[in-house]
Design a protein around this ligand. Structure first.
Ligand code: SF4
Length: 295
């Protein structure tokens, strides 16, 4: 962590203030979360955890030898009809935890020798996470922090994470707002996610990997291919190469399967074809990206 304890305390206070009335994410519900009100994500003032532990299914630079120390946080600021974790993100499966309990989880991840702390769907939890990091840091916590989010972030809020987060791993889900509105319930995903990625890259730069193949710092983008080109892959890849960096690490994900409420949308009722995945990879290569997965 590259900021002083005093600065960390000030960031925690600023983020707590921004959560009530809540402007933590672009939904800007203005719910008084610290007074018990719920906004769109239906998360209160504290954090809620569905599970944690070493995870070996993430991208190899995060997994290394001992695994990525994943903390699955409940609730989400998006409402994707095809969510593959809907029980956690939409049904909020999990347990409410205090800041001290969350700090204890971070410390246990470190005791497990994981290479990093991988916070999954952290966005609505931002204030509680930074408060917990204050506590954990005082107790010796020092792992790199991974912000594993859906991309629908407030660039202003992200600025409070400068010097705290080491690895940003956002989804860049869509290149078209009409599709984002229909499938994820937000009408300004493209502009918000693009502004967020610019801020993330400003903070941490391109992905840096050490001699052991373990990620230390930087940006890693995930893009899930949807059937019938719904994800707008060409627009997404063009934005990355033209506005972020042609050295951006991009995981082009072909594992889409119909989940949650996907059956409501005829185009989403099937997996993608090999041709669709090959076409997405070719579009990424053709605009100049070269650090491409699937890993
Ligand atoms: S974090 Fe939740 S309550 Fe806050 S603005 Fe976003 S959706 Fe609304």
């Amino acid at each position: 962590m590259r900021i002083s304890p005093m600065e960390l305390a000030e960031r925690a206070a600023a983020l707590t203030a921004a959560s009530s009335p809540c402007r933590t994410c672009p939904n800007a519900c203005r719910a008084e979360r610290t007074a018990g009100e719920f906004g769109r994500c239906r998360l209160g003032g504290g954090a809620r955890v569905a599970g944690y532990g070493p995870h070996f299914g993430e991208e190899p630079p995060l997994v290394g030898r001992f695994g990525s120390g994943t903390v699955f946080l409940s609730a989400c600021n998006l409402a994707c009809l095809f969510c593959q974790n809907a029980r956690i993100s939409q049904d909020r499966e999990g347990t409410d935890v205090t800041d001290s309990e969350l700090a204890g989880i971070f410390l246990r991840i470190q005791e497990m020798r994981c290479h990093n702390l991988n916070l999954v769907t952290p966005t609505p939890h931002t204030a509680a996470i930074v408060r917990a990091l204050r506590i954990a840091r005082d107790a010796g916590f020092s792992l790199p922090i991974v912000w594993n989010c859906g991309g629908y972030e407030s660039a202003e809020v992200l600025r409070h994470l400068d010097g705290i987060v080491d690895l940003y791993m956002p989804d860049l889900k869509y290149g078209n707002d009409a599709v984002a509105r229909e499938l994820s319930g937000v009408g300004d995903y493209v502009a918000r996610s693009q502004a967020a990625l610019l801020e993330m890259h400003r903070q941490v730069g391109d992905l840096m990997i050490d001699d052991d193949g373990v990620a230390q710092r930087g940006l890693l983008v995930r893009h899930l291919i949807l059937p019938k080109g719904l994800a707008g892959t060409e627009e997404v890849m063009r934005f990355i190469v033209e506005e972020i960096s042609r050295d951006t690490y991009v995981n082009v994900m072909g594992q889409y399967r119909p989940c949650h409420r996907a059956s409501e949308i005829p185009s989403l009722r099937r997996r993608i074809t090999k041709e669709e995945l090959d076409d997405a990879l070719e579009r990424a290569r053709s605009v100049g990206l070269h650090r491409l997965a699937p890993f």
